[in-house]
Design a protein around this ligand. Structure first.
Ligand code: T46
Length: 142
């Protein structure tokens, strides 16, 4: 599995840093939704699902956390600890977010609006879906 991390360009000057993210330029899809999580309780693991269609870029804009990616064949853990790093997470990818620092803010840029029917929450169903949709391989599915 190839992990795709984007390094965003900070526009730094003597006042500090600023990052600007544009759809299609910095984010490889049209951004239809942005959400973020914060005040995550210690030792909590979020996620435990995949998506049929949704693509996302995850940015830990403050603090740190880890993301476990699983394409049904291989698993990888990616640390997010810089506000200028974005992790691309394709559809057909089981994901778990864990090891959040107390101050972590995890921001997500999503290619689709929220749609509960796009979620695959059962791991066996995910494995079946991946077997049946091999043509939907995206950048980090290896
Ligand atoms: C994903 C990972 C990285 C909404 O109403 N709208 C939204 O856009 C989202 C994302 C969630 N919700 C509601 C649904 C639940 O009642 O917020 C609650 C928590 O969502 P969920 O349990 O799905 O959160 P996570 O952290 O397990 O997963 C989220 C995204 O849902 C998911 O798409 O890839 O972050």
């Amino acid at each position: 599995m190839q992990v795709v991390k984007y390094m965003f360009q900070p526009h730094g000057d003597d006042r500090g840093q600023l990052i600007s993210l544009e759809e299609y330029n910095d984010i490889p899809f049209r951004i239809k939704r942005v959400y973020y999580m914060y005040d995550t309780v210690a030792d909590v693991v979020r996620g435990h699902h995949a998506h049929k269609k949704l693509q996302q870029i995850l940015v830990c804009v403050h603090g740190s956390c880890k993301i476990r990616l699983d394409n049904g064949k291989e698993k990888k853990v990616v640390a997010l600890e810089k506000p200028y790093e974005g992790l691309y997470v394709s559809n057909n990818m089981w994901r778990e977010m864990f090891d959040f620092s107390e101050d972590a803010v995890l921001m997500v840029f999503a290619s689709e609006v929220y749609d509960e029917s796009d979620y695959i929450r059962d791991y066996d169903e995910f494995l079946k879906f991946v077997r049946e949709h091999p043509e939907e391989k995206k950048e980090n599915e290896g």
